[in-house]
Design a protein around this ligand. Structure first.
Ligand SMILES: Cc1cc2nc3c(=O)[nH]c(=O)nc-3n(C[C@H](O)[C@H](O)[C@H](O)COP(=O)(O)O)c2cc1C
Length: 428
């Protein structure tokens, strides 16, 4: 089925003036901020976002409004908003487009959220490798400040909120929310044990909301158009749209915004399908940490619930298409190189386990593995899958899920490497 984009986040991103304040204002920009500050109480804003069931777009899909309600009542400490703009999940490049092309949309979302949660300060933590996004956001902050949309006494309402663009140094672990908080505090990007969750004790040990760029960029629409308009988009499980980052072996890679619930097969077809007339071998639906899907498994609706039922995750919506000339052992080797390199090293199962898994898969790919190595690879991954409380954060799960699914679904290919003593894709 052919599908059409519904753009509420990426509207007009191709326009050369799209990052500027004048262009954003000409399309109704900052009207939602004005409405929130002048016509709504903070509680009404929280209620509207809660009603809209805006699920977190950073990976886990937790509802933003519910998260905001976890902030302690009768709190006397400062409250912070931290926007997670680390976007390090391989195959994911959606937040970058918002920050580079529609920085004011994100800033407006941050300001409304700060107002709703009672924060006077918000940080946008931008991945170190995104100089253009940093520049675009920094100049948008200054433009907004000059127009009294940000800073003291915004639009004469008596509300004062400041937003700081904070640059990371390029580490996947700083995308994990507590790793990000450690980094903003000036320490190493080491995740912290939860509980306490950031809403109770986060940045500088104060109540803190952490939300992803895309999550916060939905807030202006919800406030301007109302929760009911948002609920009309997408599915009951995941209302709204999502930005799909389609890459790998497709004819037209790029970002596409569709209503949630769109079929994964149609998303791939809309990106031109598998390139060079080749056959599809596998699809990673939600970033490198997702369980891989086989061709017969991609007739699935893209929302959090449907993809979970299909045994994988919607995650960051990084859709990577893999054609039939690709070696899945080498692909897993590549994935594990990344996770082993990015493990912060605090937890033994993750630090040692991701390293062992990388060594085993490297051995198999080089044709030097044994049949026992294949089971060992699966067992090691099973051991460092941390959800049972073995590790502080979920990086180890992010490494375990692809490992287990590749071994399970492509076992024959792993065995062929052992039997032939070389990678079958690389010839004799
Ligand atoms: C290892 C690791 C890396 C992560 N990287 C990111 C990231 O780059 N961007 C992001 O928004 N969330 C990332 N997350 C998820 C965050 O911890 C957090 O759940 C998210 O920022 C919350 O925002 P949301 O509720 O709006 O999705 C990561 C999680 C883990 C375990």
């Amino acid at each position: 089925m052919s599908i059409r984009e519904t753009r509420i986040l990426l509207s007009d991103i191709e326009h050369p003036e799209s990052p500027t304040l004048d262009f954003y204002l000409s399309g109704g920009g900052y009207k939602a901020l004005e409405k929130a500050l002048k016509e709504m109480t903070p509680k009404q804003v929280v209620d509207e976002v809660t009603k809209a069931k805006v699920r977190g777009r950073g990976g886990a899909g937790f509802e933003a409004g519910r998260k905001w309600q976890f902030l302690p009542k009768n709190n006397t400490k400062p409250v912070y908003l931290t926007c997670n703009a680390d976007e390090s999940e391989p195959g994911t490049f959606k937040d970058r487009h918002i920050m580079e092309r529609r920085p004011h949309l994100l800033i407006e979302g941050c300001l409304i959220t700060c107002y709703a949660i009672g924060a006077k300060t918000g940080y946008i933590y931008v991945r170190g490798e995104f100089p253009q996004a940093q520049a675009s956001l920094s100049s948008a902050v200054e433009e907004a400040r000059a127009k009294n949309l940000l800073g003291p006494d915004i639009l004469g309402t008596g509300v004062s909120i400041d937003i700081w663009v904070h640059t990371g140094a390029g580490a996947y672990i700083c995308g994990e929310e507590t790793g990000m908080l450690s980094s903003i505090e000036g320490g190493r990007g080491h995740p912290k044990l939860k509980p306490p969750f950031p809403a109770v004790e986060g940045l500088f040990r104060c109540p803190t909301v952490v939300n992803n760029v895309e999550t916060l960029s939905n807030v202006p629409f919800v406030i301007r158009e109302g929760a009911d308009a948002f609920l009309k988009l997408g599915t009951a499980d995941t209302p709204g749209t999502r930005i799909f980052c389609v890459s790998g072996h497709v004819e037209k890679p790029g970002v596409f915004e569709y209503e949630c619930g769109v079929n994964l097969k149609d998303v791939i077809a809309a990106a031109g399908g598998v390139w060079k007339g080749r056959k599809l071998k596998a699809v990673i639906p939600g970033g490198a940490s997702a369980h891989v899907l086989l061709p017969h498994e991609i007739d699935v609706a893209c929302d959090f619930g449907s993809l979970a039922k299909a045994g994988t995750i919607m995650g960051s919506c990084g859709v990577v298409v893999i054609d039939d000339t690709t070696c899945m052992v080498e692909t897993l080797q590549n994935v594990l190189e990344f996770f082993a390199h990015e493990s912060c090293g605090q937890c033994t199962p993750c630090r040692e386990g991701t390293g062992w898994a990388r060594k085993i898969v490297t051995r198999i790919e080089a044709g030097k593995g044994t049949m026992a190595d294949i089971d060992r690879l699966y067992e090691v991954a099973d051991n460092f899958e941390g959800m049972g409380g073995k590790t502080i954060c979920a990086l180890s799960d992010a490494a375990a899920w692809p490992t287990k699914s590749y071994v399970k679904k492509f076992r024959q290919e792993f065995e062929e490497h052992v039997r032939l003593g070389r990678c079958p894709m690389k010839g004799a």
